[in-house]
Ligand binder design. Sequence first.
Ligand SMILES: Nc1ncnc2c1ncn2[C@@H]1O[C@H](COP(=O)(O)OP(=O)(O)O)[C@@H](O)[C@H]1O
Ligand SMILES: [Mg+2]
Length: 299
Amino acid sequence: MVLKEAAKEYLNKKPRSNVNYLMGEMFKIKAPQSRVVSITSGKGGVGKTNAVANLAYALCQTGKKVLIVDADLGLANVDILFGLTPKYNLQHVILGQKRLSEVIVSGPGGVKVLPASSGVEELTNLNADQRKRLMAEFSHLDEAYDFILIDTAAGISSNVIYFNLAAAEIINIVEPDPTSFTDAYALMKVLSVKYGVTDFKVVVNNVISEGEAKELFEKLKLVSSKFLQINLHYLGYVLHDEKLKEAVRMQKAVVDAFPYAKSSRCFYQIVKNLCRIPKEHIDKQGFNKFLTKLLGRGE
Ligand SMILES: Nc1ncnc2c1ncn2[C@@H]1O[C@H](COP(=O)(O)OP(=O)(O)O)[C@@H](O)[C@H]1O
Ligand SMILES: [Mg+2]
């Protein structure tokens, strides 16, 4: 459809000999810029993995191509939530034993998963050959995916910082309990003061009402605007939902198991909000930045 319009525009406006214009339009369509988004939190167990899995599944349903990078060394990971048992991981790619495409596994609804928790240490210590090979392998991802969602560990450990700095967009998940609030603040403080990150998206999880979520967000915004030079963008909320827990036990994303559950509706709304962000607010160099930050360390 877009291509048809481009062709029409070309025929109307451009001289017939100018094929560059049409080629340019086709190239744009073929090579989308992946949005690289990390989903992170100060405190563990606040719903990151569920957010990643559900947003990925819901994005796929809207026709987007999504890759999850599972970068959490913890146990309750994306593979378990999706009932997957990946044979290989990023480490095999780093060691040159597997291609990236052989390591990426298919999850439900067309979601792809890159098991990357093993291999993170090696990523920070690549030799020149390994870096070159990984750059080549990873650069194909930009053509293949609209979204690359990174499921990070919690806290302010070097791995968490590392992946958050590689991502062009950061979603900070926060829950109503006070420790989650202070830890969310602490993470943003480190990322902004030490590393110059200025923009954060916030999702408030496990609330009983939209009002509760908005109140918590406003509180976080107030505190951070007082003490930090950052912009907080409210991306949405997820209601506390027993159906989500039931889905976890079924090893499914709740949007897959119970599409009409109250938490599923919230995830769909967040996907809408995420896709509604104007293009000019999205870092066009996001994917290139991801590659250089992910693989460029140690140079
Ligand atoms: N909106 C929610 N409603 C009910 N329970 C939730 C919700 N979000 C998370 N949980 C519970 O918290 C647990 C931990 O979530 P998870 O996504 O694994 O957190 P994280 O990845 O941040 O450690 C889930 O298994 C589920 O039991
Ligand atoms: Mg997790």
